[in-house]
Design a protein around this ligand. Structure first.
Ligand code: NDP
Ligand code: ENO
Length: 452
């Protein structure tokens, strides 16, 4: 435990550097400087004049580029796009202060730490970080991974930890390998599901929240959460999702498994092979939820409350119709095929992951719902076309990721983003309320769900 006296001394003598003043970099720069640290930041050199004006009233100092950050900073954090981490560290890493510490915020540590090992001088220490939440979520109580990769003494790591303390996050200590495996396990399959959902709706030109006689099938609590989360992902920056999927080698196989699960389950739907479908889903349920006890992460009241629906232009009474929920069946099927127990990773769960797990729990553990879903998947044709489009979307994301093609990822993501753009303000407003409510439920219910 570091004394308050020591932290005070560090605050008076040490400088923290942030390279990349985007959403996450700005969050860190603001929090650190408001907590009394001297903070020096930069973004791209070409933006210097514009940003100097924008951040004139802030407590951190803006400098021209990463060389000016690196040479004065005792702890430099790179908060840049994963795709460019090697290039950016190669530019500024050699300028790091003698015996300074470097770290990064990218979502996969394999490429980031390789870049540090390659480009920073050997006297430089490496302590990496990863805040497991987006920039608009309160960091308090959220998991924050710290990776002590190369340190000469405990004091150096203590210093890095004292800087991060103002985020009030829950620190999780991992190695680079543990981090990348766990983040792939929590994010790869679930992001693939919600990215594919948005892709399929956009391809079919469906705004699922606009009710009408043909569109009433998207009415209901589970549908509310699906569309909220899918839109939340598409309202973010493309490179965040591209980076965590493309740069993490374990994620490729998992996203491929997701596409395979979608294809195979859909094949059982169209073959009307109810028995095989029941058997396959039952095995997946046993693997993932067998030890589940207590309450569900999400409940009916919560699911129904956060609706994006606009006024309906019909007098027909409306009720939730059974959906095949291919996207959710395939998440649980993939976890089973990959041997992933999602409850093992609650300590590293992002707010969205808790929702992903919540909706799958709801589908698999609400009495009668899974049986109703399987019947609908096999005998009700009304979701066939949507499910087909969904399978195509899942396979498409998988091949983009496995070819590691950032450019096509961007084009595909932004096309879909454009389609949903008009709804982002409302979706984000409702999504924020939903996440706030869910995180109020989460700490207590996590303990009840810790079935590992
Ligand atoms: N957003 C999220 O939910 C989370 C993101 N992360 C990870 O954190 C990192 C940052 O993400 P986020 O803040 O959201 O992304 P942003 O795009 O908002 O921020 C990245 C910033 O780095 C800037 N940059 C690019 N090249 C340079 C350079 N040579 N020198 C200085 N700055 C540069 C970018 O400028 P420009 O825009 O002009 O390219 C941009 O402002 C990413 O690796 C992301 O994967 C981690 C946790 C959560
Ligand atoms: O919670 C999620 O899954 C998000 O989408 C936000 C996010 C994105 C990237 C990260 O590395 C961590 C969190």
């Amino acid at each position: 435990m570091v004394s308050e006296e020591q932290v005070k001394k560090w605050k008076a003598t040490k400088t923290i550097g942030i390279i990349g003043l985007g959403d996450m970099g700005l969050l860190y720069a603001t929090k650190f400087s408001e907590a009394g640290w001297k903070v020096v930041c930069c973004d791209k050199e070409a933006l210097y004049d514009q940003l100097k004006e924008k951040y004139a009233g802030c407590k951190f100092e803006l400098v021209v580029n990463g060389h000016y950050v690196s040479r004065v900073s005792d702890y430099t954090i790179y908060s840049v796009e994963a795709e460019n981490i090697d290039k950016i560290v190669s530019m500024y890493g050699p300028s790091t202060k003698l015996e300074g510490i470097v770290g990064g915020q990218t979502s996969c540590k394999y490429a980031e730490i390789a870049a540090f090992e390659k480009h920073v001088p050997s006297d430089v220490r490496i302590v990496s970080v990863h805040s497991l939440h987006g920039p608009r979520v309160n960091s308090e109580g959220q998991p924050l991974v710290m990776i002590r990769h190369r340190c000469a003494s405990d004091a150096e790591f203590d210093f890095a930890q004292s800087v991060l303390a103002c985020l009030k996050s829950k620190i999780v200590y991992l190695t680079q390998e543990e981090h990348d495996r766990i983040t792939a396990d929590t994010q790869a399959v679930t992001h693939a599901a919600f990215l594919s959902m948005g892709a399929a709706w956009a391809k079919l030109k469906i705004y699922p929240w606009i009710l009408g006689d043909d569109n009433d099938k998207w009415y209901g609590g589970l549908e509310n959460v699906k569309m909220n989360i899918s839109l939340r992902i598409y309202s973010n920056k493309w490179h965040v999702y591209a980076g965590l999927a493309i740069t993490n080698p374990s994620a490729h196989d998992q996203i491929l498994q997701y596409a395979t699960s979608c294809t195979e389950l859909y094949t059982l739907f169209v073959k009307r092979n109810e028995n095989q479908l029941i058997e396959r889903v039952k095995k997946a349920k046993e693997f993932v939820f067998n030890n589940h006890k207590g309450f569900l992460l999400l409940d009916d009241k919560l699911l129904d409350k956060y609706s994006l629906f606009t006024n309906r232009n019909s007098s027909k009474p409306i009720q939730t119709v059974p959906n095949s929920h291919l996207s959710l069946l395939a998440i649980v099927d993939s976890w089973h095929k990959l041997g992933i127990n999602p409850y093992d990773h609650m300590i590293c769960s992002t707010p969205l992951f808790r929702v992903f797990l919540g909706v799958t729990e709801y589908l698999f553990l609400t009495p009668g719902l899974l049986e109703q879903t399987i019947k609908a998947a096999v005998f009700d044709e009304s979701f066939r076309k949507d499910d087909l489009e969904f399978v195509v979307a899942a396979r498409d994301w998988s091949s983009i990721v496995s070819f590691a093609n950032f450019d096509i990822y961007r084009r595909r993501f932004e096309e879909i983003q454009k389609f949903f753009e008009p709804m982002f303000p409302e979706a984000n407003r409702i999504g924020n309320e939903m996440l706030k409510t869910i995180s109020r439920y989460a700490p207590e219910s996590n303990q009840k769900h810790a079935n590992a």
